[in-house]
Design a protein around this ligand. Sequence first.
Ligand code: PMP
Length: 390
Amino acid sequence: MKPHTRKTYVSETVAGLKPSGIRRFFDLASSLDDVVSLGVGEPDFVTSWSIREASILSLEQGYTSYTANAGLFELRQEIAAYLRRKFHVEYRPEAEILVTVGASQAIDLALRAIVNPGDEVIVVEPGFVAYEPLVVLAGGTPVAVHASGADGFQLAPARIEQAITERTKAVIICSPNNPTGTVLRPSELDALARLAERHDFLVIADEIYAELTYEGEYTSMAAVPGMRERTILISGFSKGFAMTGWRLGFAAAPQDILQAMLKIHQYAMMCAPTMAQYGALEALRNGEHEVEHMRNSYRRRRNYFVAALNEIGLPCHLPGGAFYAFPSIRHTGLTSEQFAERLLLEEKVAVVPGNVFGASGEGYIRCSYASSLEQLQEAIKRMKRFLARL
Ligand code: PMP
């Protein structure tokens, strides 16, 4: 049979998923020359040499087999020590830590391990584009709760409370947030914790950007009193350690939940890549200084870029973390998509329209400042010219 005459075999669930709105802009941007891209969500640093060298050495030594399903025990021990040192939370490496293929897989496993058909999972928007599709793929129903720009995109526990039903299994939060850069205040985390206790649900805390926090001490959801038993902590090496291509993340959770995640992982993945795990071991043992250097560099670029956005007339709150600025474009009268498309075609600056991160992102654009200062200055020059013409 010719391929086009056969029926479609794609599942209704998958057919029903929206394509990622970010992809479309990447495709358009890559078809143009001389584009200043503020579109990508990844560090502009190459992974530090000592991490690369440790991974190369592991290959030279012939460590090319599978590791334990949960990951190298040494690495889980280092992750436990790191979580204790940085966030003051205690996890047992033998039963409560799982090394995954990026934070992405950890989020997927967390959802698949806890969701029964029809369970609701509250997703705070604007938020990372993968959460809703992953809830759907796990058989759950995503329920969007909207954070407001007027409040710097804090959590608004009162709005979360309104969305809670008998079927609420979990709430996914992300701090620092992609796309808003917002770091959730401890008072908001406390309020969410009280809701979780009262209504008996879990929190999936995506803390992948925790290393990239620019003011004060970072508070992990798992460190909030009473929350260790109700939190699935998600993190990884992609952002803080500039290791996106290594595909290495981890989850920490109470034993019953972590073991359920491990059950899926051992069938679906076996283990995370071995050479990447050796690199991660070096990252945790000796990477602190390098992370500090990158954090300071992002902070400098944030300070310049956010001030410049406000100066050219794109109001933007000062994001406490990650490497995204999320200015409002509402006053231009354009939708986020129109703004982003025209900015790309007319001035060759690629940004991501805010609405791809959920309906409350409409009226905003996401600009990644993980770009050189020269590129950021050039982007500001072009955006200023674009705004003057509108
Ligand atoms: N969570 C958030 C909020 C992210 O922005 C990203 C990467 N864009 C991920 C998770 C996935 O990270 P990883 O590379 O570790 O899979």
